[in-house]
Structures are given as structure tokens and as C-alpha cells.
Design a protein around this ligand. Sequence first.
Ligand code: NAD
Ligand code: ZN
Ligand code: ZN
Length: 390
Amino acid sequence: MKALTWHGKGDMRCETVPDPKIEDDRDVVIKVTACAICGSDLHLYGGYMPTMKSGDIVGHETMGEVVEVGRGASRLKVGDRVVVPFTICCGECRQCRWGNWSCCERTNPNGRMQAEQFGYPLAGLFGYSHITGGFAGGQAEYLRVPHADVGPLVVPPGLSDEQVLFLSDIFPTAYMAAENCDLKGGETVAIWGCGPVGVLAVKCALMLGAERVIAIDSVPERLALARQAGAETIDFGDENIQDRLMEMTAGQGPDAVIEAVGMESHGADTLAQKVSSAVMSATVSMERPFAFNQAVIACRPGGVVSMPGVYAGPVGPVMMGVLMNKGLTLKTGQTHMLRYMKPLLERIERGEIDPSFIISHRSTSLEDGPELYKLFQEKKDNCTKVVIRP
Ligand code: NAD
Ligand code: ZN
Ligand code: ZN
């Protein structure tokens, strides 16, 4: 089969690799009908994720048709149309029983090494390095889905692939990010990053009762998409984020802030200069978590900082003193997919939301993958989200 494979920083290739097959009773194999490139894939593309190996098959936003079923996965049958969550969950361990699905203790064969070397245990993930289990990803013609008796969501025929594909990751991620803001109704939420996650988080925050959402980025097309989703926007290329946010909230600051940027957070020097000088004149230098620190500085005292943005390993200085003294609540994590997939499918079925509005680029060939990765990373050609239907 054809698949997209990682070969180092900025080097994705479309290659011919062996077809996957059932390896365990609980597996199914699906024929992929649609897959997407995620902002998290850019961390692989940018060389930020440790323990990738040359030739690893990437991709974790995938759906398709079941073509083979292991004896222990009889919940599914050949021909079922399923969306596959990006985390692999056993359904039996303590964390799965508590609903902390992304912290599953049993599906990552390298979990012990991950905990010892990197400080955190995490569920197995598709196509996302060897510390998360080394599982082949779904930017491919076929995908082996381990623990298929637990994760995949069967979707009804009336909905198109594009309407349901993002249930595999970014729609639940945006929803959890908004839910973590503890909205009671009437709040102002500020969101850093107008990528797919940030823009869907605009919709979700409004759905959960926010009165205003202010979205921040520097890419004009992405800011326009956030406005289309219902946000007011700040272009940090032109404007001082802190000053604008204070103006827009009558000097209070937003009630909750969402950091939907992660490791590619950019704009270091200019941003650091622009951040209110009283805070910045402290001893901390801003190295990587720019967006995170900006969000912490902007949030009103007693507010919530929700961070779906992904970081691996220890990352640059965090404004712990500001976080602590303002009494902020920090909520973060890989998304607990199985809490959200079914209820969000129901929202799509009821016509409350159609997440496909974020798609800018469509292809029917994995051969286009390397070029599409480049466009998505460089945010060229209005590229906001890529979907491939192999
Ligand atoms: P993306 O890379 O397409 O979007 C990030 C956006 O942030 C870009 O538009 C970029 O211009 C903007 N940006 C960069 N620096 C900024 C700054 N300093 N201030 C404001 N905006 C800035 O990615 P995406 O697909 O939207 O994903 C966003 C983040 O969410 C990534 O870190 C991704 O890994 C993460 N994510 C997390 C989970 C989870 O389970 N927690 C799941 C999916 C994605
Ligand atoms: Zn993702
Ligand atoms: Zn588990």
C-alpha cells in the first residue's frame, strides 16, 4: 500500500510499504477513506518530537471502512464505517475507567520508558513516535487499529466523511479546551492560535455559553476564518495583544484563555518586547512558550488557562509566579477522546455544527502529501486544513 512516512525534519515521503494485518484478536484493519494533517503532525515535521525513526508511517486523524476483524473485536463488522480516535485505549485500566482515556496505562508498549525518560506516561497514539508506542499511522491506504473493541466510532451513512472526520481529534480537542474553561455563561474567552483547533474552539466556546471570543494569530486568512466562526480578532503582527485585550475587556482581562498554539509558538522577540514591560522586566526570558505566557499574563485573576497546545519534554521558562499569584487554574492534556466523540457526533447529526468549514485543501492522492505538509506548515496558499482521500 501507499503511506506517508517520516524521514527527518521537513522530509515526509509517499512510499510503498507492506499492508497492515491483524496482529492481535482485538485488532481491526480499515481501508482509509479520509485522513487529515494535524497541527500535531507539524511537531514531527519540525523535528520537535523525540524517538521518531526514518520510515515511520504518520497520521492520526483517520476514518475508513472496516475490511478485517479480529476475533476479539466483534463489536465491529466488515463494512462498518468508522472514525478512529487518535489515542488507543484499553477500556479496562484505572485511567480508562476514570474516563482519563488519553492516560490509558496499557496501550503504550513503551509507556515505562516514556515515564522514566520523559516524565509522563501516555496512551498509545497512532503515527506519533516510539515513545507513544511506535504504532503505524493513518495517512495511508490501510490502517491496523489495535483495541478496536474500544475506540472506533461507527458513523451513520447520512453524514459525509468531511463532516465526521474531525471527530478523530481536533473537534473533541477544541471542545475539551472550551469545556475546560468552566463557562457558566456570559464570559469572554481569548484564544491564542487560529489554526484548526483554535477556530473550532471559537465555535465550541460560543456553543458552551461564552458571550465573546477573541481570537489571536498573525495569519490573515486564519483570522478571517476565526471571524467567520464568530470571534473578534487581534492580529499580533500589528497590535499589542495585552493592550488590545485590556481595551476590549474594560481593563479586566478575559475570564478564560485558551492556548491553541503549542511548540511552534513563534514571534519571540517582537512579542517579548510588546508584552507589558512590568512583567517582562522580571528575570524571566521568553524562549518558547510565548503564547502560553501571553495567555497567563492576559487572563483575569481567578480565571482559567486551558491549554490544548502540545509540548514535548521540558519547555522554556513558564511564568509560574504570575500563574500562582493570580490564582489561575491550569487545565491541559491530550484529549480524552471517548468522552466527546459520541456526543459531538450527535451535535453534527442535529445540524448544530459542521466542522468541515475549516478545510482548505483536498486531494485524492497520498502522493500529494509531502507538498501539502509544506503548504500547511508554511501557511501558504490559504492553507488551513488538509484532507486526503486516498
Ligand atoms: P496549527 O499549527 O495549524 O495552528 C497554530 C496557529 O498558531 C497558527 O495559525 C499560527 O500562526 C498560530 N501562532 C503561532 N504562534 C502564535 C503566537 N505566539 N500567538 C498566537 N498564535 C500563534 O495547529 P492546530 O492544528 O490548530 O493545533 C494547535 C495546537 O493544538 C498544536 O500544538 C497541536 O499539537 C495541538 N493539538 C493538541 C491536541 C490535544 O490532544 N491536546 C490534539 C490536537 C492538536
Ligand atoms: Zn492531532
Ligand atoms: Zn486503559
